[in-house]
Unconditional design. Structure first.
Length: 295
């Protein structure tokens, strides 16, 4: 597997807004991809767009594969597709590797890694950042927890859909890094929301202000990509509030375990719960500004 010049037999479990294009990039790179999705019609849609096969269970999808990827919803979903009654671990061959792109707790990554190890299966936790747009353009950032040998074997495969990837330590490190990522996003989006609200309340042309300050120390990805849509009251740009709350729940649980103090993150999580209560669970994360506008 270290030589990626030849085609590998791959399974991809989970064809949501992220997994669907990621599996497609692997197929377009010439690998033999078998897909599995809980809703079978999603697999059929994928096969209408890409070359590959489908399976009706994770176990069947993983049988005989070199590498099995997953991108599902949460810890319980991941357990179900790995160690459930028809889970992938039942059929994965010795020396194969399981790569999980789901955002989960570090604890479940470590738990499943130990089970995989007992079956002589490699394991990598590899959550992603970049949202639906990044998945569709093949420009995701991937944070990987794995032993060095496992990472070396999957590095070229991940590059099919990533613009940045890095091994950050043993299994669990990828999930911890994703938590750091979500902490940063929560604080920046709240700050940007307050800044735009303040500008408008004080009679400034907020777009003109952003044009100026985005060239200085206040610049951020959120400012460059979301300020204008926030001002237009548009919140249909990828990563949903419901998903962010799931991720921040994982962050805050880990903070309690590790005695890390995250007052701003906890506050922003409460704000997102208010967005949900107002019916905005499927809005993207920049919708924090709606709470300020209502006031």
């Amino acid at each position: 597997m270290s030589n990626q010049e030849h085609s590998l037999n791959i399974a991809f479990i989970g064809l949501g807004v992220m997994g669907f294009p990621m599996a497609g990039f692997l197929a377009n790179a010439g690998h033999k991809v078998t897909v599995y999705n809980r809703t079978e019609s999603k697999s059929d849609l994928w096969l209408a767009e890409y070359k590959g096969d489908k399976a009706l269970t994770p176990e069947d999808a993983a049988k005989g594969k070199d590498v099995v990827f997953a991108c599902v919803g949460n810890d319980n979903d991941l357990r179900e597709v790995t160690i459930g009654d028809e889970g992938a671990f039942k059929s994965m061959k010795t020396g194969s590797i399981f790569v999980d792109h789901t955002t989960t707790s570090a604890a479940v990554a470590q738990e499943l890694s130990e089970i995989a190890k007992s079956k002589n299966i490699g394991y990598a936790d590899a959550p992603v950042s970049g949202g639906q747009a990044g998945a569709q353009s093949g420009s995701l950032t991937v944070m990987v927890g794995a032993d060095p040998d496992t990472y070396q074997k999957i590095e070229t495969l991940i590059r099919c859909y990533a613009k940045m990837q890095k091994r950050l330590g043993p299994v669990g490190s990828g999930q911890m890094a994703k938590m750091v990522n979500q902490i940063c996003i929560a604080g920046v989006v709240q700050g940007l929301s307050e800044a735009l609200h303040f500008a408008k309340q004080n009679g400034l042309d907020a777009e003109a202000v952003v044009e100026v300050i985005s060239k200085g120390a206040a610049q951020s990805w959120q400012m460059d990509n979301r300020a204008s849509t926030m001002l237009d009251n548009q919140f249909d740009f990828g990563f949903a509030v419901d998903w962010m709350r799931k991720d921040l729940g994982i962050v805050l649980d880990q903070a309690r375990v590790s005695n890390a103090h995250l007052p701003l993150t906890a506050l922003v999580d409460q704000f997102y719960s208010q967005v949900q209560a107002n019916g905005g669970g499927r809005f993207d994360t920049s919708s924090l500004i709606t709470l300020l506008e209502k006031k």
